[in-house]
Design a binder for this molecule. Sequence first.
Ligand code: GTP
Ligand code: MG
Length: 315
Amino acid sequence: MADPLADAVRAGDPRAVARAISLVEDGGAAGATVLAALSGAVGRAHRIGITGPPGVGKSTLLAALGQRWRAAGRRVGIVAVDPTSPFTGGALLGDRVRMGALYGDPGVFIRSLASRGALGGVSAGTHDAADVLDAAGFDPVVVETVGVGQGEVAVAAVADTVVVVVAPGHGDGVQAMKGGLLETADLLVVNQADREGAEGLAAELRAAIELRERGRRPDVLLTTASEGRGVAELAAAIDAHRRDLAAAGGLGARRAERALARVRDEVDRRRARAFWTARAGDLARLVAEVVDGRMTVAAAADRLDDVRPPEPPRS
Ligand SMILES: Nc1nc2c(ncn2[C@@H]2O[C@H](COP(=O)(O)OP(=O)(O)OP(=O)(O)O)[C@@H](O)[C@H]2O)c(=O)[nH]1
Ligand SMILES: [Mg+2]
């Protein structure tokens, strides 16, 4: 079926892209319609995830990478997930400064999305916005998320190549990498290499990677994003990762993983919405009993839903 908005997106019209992203972010029927019309055009872009603790220099690094990609004639799509946390409340304004060279370039589309509390800042809207940029011919499509603790793992589902950025003095080094981050990273970047402790952090990370028994062993790169140092090497490593992944048949596996996570997430959200709509009255009544001390939280949950997670297998 003809869809004028989808046609304009596929033609790369920036206003249509902006409109389509707004629609898919709203999560309503109009967004679903445009996504359906675009689905055949999705899947060409290299999806790159950039994640790491707050303030390590992800946006600065992305700006430097973006300039390289632009110089190579590539159109760059960026989804920056704004954590809307009290700690990084100024992120949006700051990004306009940090990624200043990219703003206003018609070959670059930058969209900031609120994370809405999704794990790792990656929500259904993030995936959908990336799909719109992909269909519009942007390549690469980069998603920047702030990851703290376990959250980083969620970014893996967004990307063909996951770049995890750390910096000396941000988080507690290797300790901060334990919550799945090390497993998630395709490339590990120690940014702010001009600062004390960068070499030590890189050595620590390499040692931790060596200890791993299985899985991929990501390269560790050093960058000074603010001076553009190490960025060419990182850009090359990102390209090489995708080439290797494609050659090993891993690109399809990544995409299948991504599709699986998204379908499950969609079903979960639908079920949750239906469930809580149907049980709103019971919930209010049971909560009142919990507040009065007449019922425990667990007992209230039992009354609402008798589903039990399976017992973990005994060893
Ligand atoms: N010394 C030094 N400072 C850097 C480097 N790269 C970035 N910075 C500075 O670090 C600060 C944070 O940079 P951002 O690029 O906003 O970091 P971010 O990880 O995107 O931050 P959030 O999105 O808020 O989590 C800024 O003041 C940058 O100028 C670097 O290589 N060396
Ligand atoms: Mg940032």
